[in-house]
Design a protein around this ligand. Structure first.
Ligand SMILES: Cc1ncc(COP(=O)(O)O)c(C=O)c1O
Length: 452
């Protein structure tokens, strides 16, 4: 017992030291001119390895604090993209570090579906427990969002065999495997790939079109009529992610779901980007259609992929497997993140996520109506997923803006097609001051580039 306590104290101390050492990184810092040459050498090595340039010239030191991250050029940047949505608690969060360090001392680094340790069960059970109000009673872990989606599609197809077609929204993003590239509605992500012609499209909600729900329902009915008993699932993101951070109300979804139910079509929500981020643990709870989902996929904030499903969609043995489930530190950290979000009041209408959303959108709105009037518009999103449109959505100008902001110490990203938008995956630990730093850099950058 004393030995266990000693080890526990040692780990606590190790984590505390690391967190304390990183605390001075709270604040944007420019690159160190003395590191310019060595950093440039890293970048050209990266480019050589990957065969093309990086989007951002980014190489982290492995140190960061809260929403700030240190790079090998000596700079510290405010990170509002977090590995495209992975690090919901930002950098060097004590809870995440502690779980990861403990997990890394396990006898095995990677867990699979044949030999699992306690972390596999703990994580799975916690996610299923979060899915309150739904009929999701099972979950299968996988190494990524794309694999979680692949498993989901197989489950839908097996249950509804021999139905082949998938209904998906226009501008969807489902991942990078061959099949998920097909489900994804972005030709730039599948140049040279053959079309398998298995996906039928319906439009996502358009807040500027009063007959949007009617139009989508009509399209859905048309597909169902044209392909009787040959549609296995309705795949959708509860909030359009890569497609432009567009939000839809419950009233848009329900008639679509009712129609799918009538025809035995699986209702599959891709929550790879929305999980833990929209105010409630799942966006299906935030928007309010818990009862309808048959299959739900998650990844990113979860630190691994997972497909959740109802008893009805429980696949036959042999359909889903794979060598890797996830790593022990990732499973332990995923469980710890869920615990911390539950314990520390992140969820709910007046939870921390909702407060951050309100504050950030409010600050962006001030810019839209004030110094950036005519240059910035339409801040929207759900919870920690926020987007805003600068320069009327001009992609070339916004790509320039992203790099300009990056040089000034702020990392954001883009999304959407017409308009292209600025996208933020805000870490759940930001303070009001951090949000103000972000808005200051956005404001300055827009004003500096407006005539370029
Ligand atoms: C909605 C959605 N689905 C699926 C994926 C693919 O996940 P992964 O990159 O982990 O394979 C992503 C990734 O951005 C996503 O946003």
């Amino acid at each position: 017992m004393t030995e266990v306590n000693n080890q526990k104290n040692l780990l606590d101390e190790l984590v505390k030291n690391q967190v304390d050492q990183c605390l001075p990184l709270r604040g944007v810092r420019p690159a160190d001119p003395a590191k310019k040459e060595s950093y440039a050498a890293f970048m050209s090595q990266y480019e050589q390895v990957r065969g093309r340039p990086l989007f951002y010239k980014y190489m982290g030191t492995g140190r960061g604090s809260g929403p700030y991250v240190e790079l090998n050029d000596g700079s510290v940047k405010l990170d509002f993209i977090n590995g495209i949505g992975v690090h919901v608690f930002g950098h060097s969060h004590p809870t995440v570090l502690r779980a990861a360090v403990e997990g890394s001392l396990s006898d095995i680094l990677m867990q699979g579906h044949l030999q699992m340790n306690q972390e596999y069960l703990d994580f799975s059970q916690k996610v299923i427990d979060l899915a309150k109000g739904s009929r999701l009673t099972h979950g299968w872990i996988s190494p990524s969002g794309s694999m979680a989606n692949e498993n989901a599609l197989k489950m839908a197809r097996q249950k509804n065999t021999p139905a082949r077609y998938i209904i998906a929204m226009k501008d969807s993003f489902a991942g990078r495997t061959t099949m998920m590239a097909e489900v994804t509605d972005n030709p730039n992500y599948k140049v040279g790939l053959p079309e398998y012609n298995e996906v039928l499209r319906v439009p996502f909600f358009d807040k500027d079109d009063p007959s949007s729900t009617e139009t989508t329902l009509k399209e859905l009915k048309k597909h169902i009529a044209n392909h009787p008993n040959d549609i296995c699932c309705f795949y959708f993101e509860p909030m359009l992610g890569e497609g432009g951070y567009k939000v839809a109300p419950k009233e848009f979804f329900i008639p679509l779901f009712e129609e799918c139910r009538k025809h035995g079509i699986a209702i599959w929500a891709d929550e790879v980007q929305t999980f833990l981020r929209t105010g409630e643990p799942f966006a299906f709870q935030t928007i309010g259609f818990e009862d309808y989902v048959d299959i739900v996929t998650i990844a990113k904030t979860a630190q691994c992929g997972m497909t959740l499903y109802t008893e009805e969609y429980n696949p036959q043995p042999g359909l889903v497997a794979g060598t890797f489930a996830s790593s022990t530190p990732a499973l332990a950290s995923g469980a710890a993140i869920i615990d911390e979000m539950n314990r520390e009041g992140y969820f709910g209408k007046s939870g921390k996520v909702a407060k951050i959303h309100e504050e950030f959108v409010g600050l962006l709105q001030e810019l839209c109506e004030g110094s950036c009037k005519g240059l910035l518009e339409d801040p929207e999103g759900l919870g920690l997923m926020v987007a805003v449109t600068p320069f009327s959505g001009d992609r070339t100008k916004i790509l320039k803006l992203l790099h300009h902001m990056y040089e000034k110490g702020f990392i954001a990203f883009g999304c959407g097609k017409d308009p292209f938008r600025l996208r933020f995956l805000v870490p759940a630990i930001v303070s009001t001051d951090d949000l103000k730093v972000a808005c200051k850099i956005i404001e300055e950058s827009i004003l500096e580039l407006k005539d370029s």
